[in-house]
Write a protein that binds this ligand. Structure first.
Ligand code: ZN
Length: 380
């Protein structure tokens, strides 16, 4: 999975062109070297990754980043590994750039049947957990309100997009734009959101088309064309009423499409718009976003660090974390050691469940992946 990085090379940026030869480990170092038979250039296997030019052990950097991905704050991570907080931040910033490229390389042309969009009030949840004081939270909020916006496919648990920003129409537009760009052309899933009203406009903007109404009378001017939702667009809002953190009522409102059509999509996975369904989905999301919520509180002084932690979390969650509720059948059942029945399933990551990759990635593997500068004819 390597490509020649030399700008003057005809094979630059292309995978699988058979132009590379492994050339051993120069000076007995940890990294292999490659030789390009086309341009006669050399490059090390960690070219363009965050490990280039670092004297620190790879394992340390990987573990520091894994700790951040698991939800520990920058300062706490720095204490655990006895590294300066600025060093941790520096590694995070570099890794985020690499991971953003990784995610956009693999997370494209996604096919999903459903999407659940959610915004979570991260700072307030941190207050509830007693991690920061209310005064601190108010200070953070007055600087920049932190909502974590997520879009998850409830079937594969794939996190299509994650962003942080205020709960405004502009942010809803920006977020839906981000989501739609990841979808395969022509893919119009069923959208489920909470009662936040700005989603309607954002979805209509991105998944609409011009409709030319038929003329009512034989004469007179043609009626003006109207921007209407795509006929296949289904959108339902699920409004939960909670009292003292207990769910008391769930109501729903179909905004685009019909209730029958919405129910048909949900029935395909044995779901309904009902209490159980909503709770189940939100639980999944909240469990995973809880970690982000904690990090928001530690990072509310600099929003940049937060965005980078989200980029880290985004690729880590989709590609590295096995998800209990998504699994794939094994081609052949694997016998177990004891008396139990043979293993029929293997757990998988959301990216595997969504068909974006065929294996569980380690964070080190993700960080070492040299993202090609453009899409390749066939990718694994
Ligand atoms: Zn070359």
């Amino acid at each position: 999975m390597h490509f020649c990085p030399h700008t003057a090379c005809d094979y630059r940026g292309w995978l699988g062109m058979n132009n590379l030869r492994a050339n051993g480990h120069p000076n007995g170092g940890p990294w292999r070297q490659f030789y390009c038979t086309s341009c006669h250039g050399f490059f090390p296997e960690h070219h363009g990754t965050i490990f280039r030019g670092k004297q620190v052990a790879v394992e340390l950097i990987v573990r520091v980043l894994a700790c951040l991905a698991e939800g520990l704050g920058i300062r706490a991570t720095a204490r655990v590994f006895e590294v300066a907080p600025n060093t941790v931040l520096h590694w995070l910033v570099e890794a985020a750039e690499q991971l953003t490229a990784f995610t956009s390389y693999f997370l494209c042309e996604v096919h999903v049947q459903q999407l659940q969009l959610d915004e979570l009030y991260a700072v307030l949840s941190a207050v509830k957990d007693g991690e920061i004081s209310e005064e601190e939270a108010i200070l953070c909020l007055s600087r920049s309100p932190h909502w974590v916006w997520t879009a998850i496919d409830p079937q594969s648990k794939l996190l299509l997009a994650i962003a942080v920003g205020p709960r405004t129409r502009a942010m809803a537009q920006r977020f839906v734009h981000q989501v739609v760009q990841v979808l395969a052309p022509g893919c119009v899933p069923l959208f489920l959101t909470d009662g936040f009203k700005e989603y309607m406009t954002a979805l209509l903007t991105h998944l609409g088309h011009w409709v030319h109404p038929a003329r009512r009378q034989a004469k007179g001017p043609m009626p003006k064309p109207r921007w209407m939702p795509l006929p296949e667009l289904l959108y339902a809002q699920v409004i939960k009423t909670t009292r003292r953190r207990h769910l008391v009522r769930v109501s729903h409102r179909v905004v685009f499409g019909t209730l029958e059509a919405v129910q048909q999509v949900l029935a395909a996975c044995g779901w309904q718009i009902n209490t159980a369904f909503v709770e189940r989905l939100n639980l999944t999301i909240r469990q995973h976003v809880a970690a982000i919520g904690r990090r928001v509180s530690t990072l509310c002084k600099g929003e940049d660090g937060l965005r980078q932690q989200l980029a880290l979390y985004h690729s880590y969650y989709n590609f590295c974390v096995l998800h209990g509720s998504v699994r794939q059948p094994l081609p052949q059942p694997v016998p177990t050691n004891g008396t139990g029945s043979a293993k029929q399933w293997r757990p998988c990551t959301p990216a595997m469940a969504a068909g974006l990759t065929d294996h569980v990635w380690s964070l080190k593997e993700v960080l070492l992946y040299r993202v090609p500068p453009w899409p390749q004819p066939q990718t694994v």
